[in-house]
Write a protein of this length. Structure first.
Length: 54
């Protein structure tokens, strides 16, 4: 949706493609680090050591 808005506003498609590639590269770099956890954890009740409350 944001890509369509930027295209309507006249942002160059090459710039949009560059932003997309940069975003994917960053995600890949972060998730492929040793010890990276891809999922999400949620404590239903009680105290959980190592997790902060939102």
């Amino acid at each position: 949706m944001i890509v369509a808005l930027l295209a309507v506003l006249g942002v160059d498609l090459l710039a949009l493609a560059g932003l997309r590639v940069a975003r994917c590269a960053r995600r890949r770099r972060v998730t492929h680090r040793p010890g990276a956890f891809v999922g999400a954890a949620r404590a239903v009740e009680g105290e959980t050591h190592g997790l902060n409350r939102r």
